[in-house]
Design a protein around this ligand. Sequence first.
Ligand SMILES: *Cc1c(COP(=O)(O)O)cnc(C)c1O
Length: 366
Amino acid sequence: MTQVPFVDLTREFKAHEDDLVEIFRKIGRSGAYVMGPELAEFEELAAKYCGVKYALGVADGTDALILGLKAFGVGPGDEVITTPNSFIASVGAIVAVGATPRFVDVKNDLNMDPSCLREAITDKTKAVMPVHLTGRPSDMGEINKIAREFNLFVIEDAAQAIGGRYRGRPVGSLGDIAAFSLHPLKNLHIYGDGGLITTDNEDFYLRIKALRNHGLKDRDTCGEWGMNSRLDTLQAAIASFKLTKLDEWTKRFREIAAVYRQGLSDYLTVPVDTEDEFAVYHNFVVHSDQRKDLMEYLASRGIDTKIHYPVLLHLQPAAEQFGYREGDFPVAEKLSKTMMSLPIFPALTQIEIDSVVSGIRDFYTK
Ligand SMILES: *Cc1c(COP(=O)(O)O)cnc(C)c1O
């Protein structure tokens, strides 16, 4: 029996161990552990990669969202529209700046349904936060059109989608600001927490650049009270190294997705790229009416699967204050009951991939 882990980060570390140790030695010897030159180097590479003028390394993806909202001036009394099926942090960031999340339903691709957007806009709405969930870009053409009509800022929650594209344009260049996570479980990851912000807007860039470093304009002048949310020099140097590998890894994510799609579409609902999208499959989410039994069966064969995410944000205990109920977002709620994520990461072996496919086939044909 082949054991198939949902993810195994040590394989990638081992494959690049010599390079990574060399980076550690170099930074260790430099003495510049915070705001060293490698941070600016990474920011330049990341901006170029995302097709924007500016990028900023920050402490994590959640802070990237918080700093983005702060740059818009979002605060108490404001509303930010997002989707109810994201990771907790999307809403956590909105609440952290004192604003109120308003949810809209999703399409079958798990991303914001622009046709639900208009009815969620009130005179308090200040920004829209589409989440490119599972590494599939949201329908930004429609979302931006509506946002412009109502004078709303757009922040991409791109935590799961670095390397993705929408109508040929990179994720990170599709709104006013984009927030990425460099957490170990994300496609571009480092050895701890980290985040990245991209934007084409110089004012937002300068404001966030100060805000992430205590609001300092220079060494001794605080222009605005800020945060300590910096990406360590060491992690930035590692992120630059990893960025040179990202396209290769994305190719692998997409190859594995293609094998799953090919092998499983007779049994399960599988994700298929639309004409507009180039998805990076941070997660490969399939839908089964027999999810519980299927997950148990696969577990009995040593195959680990997960659910992203089993409890929707509007139904979380912490969300009670927002006044939503079950039934408010029928599509997201329906999808959350059938979805499950299959193992997908670049170092997954062919034997493991085949084992996932045959495990699912055996379940349905046994
Ligand atoms: C991971 C994630 C975040 C938060 O990123 P952290 O680096 O863990 O703070 C935000 N939004 C989404 C959709 C995520 O997947």
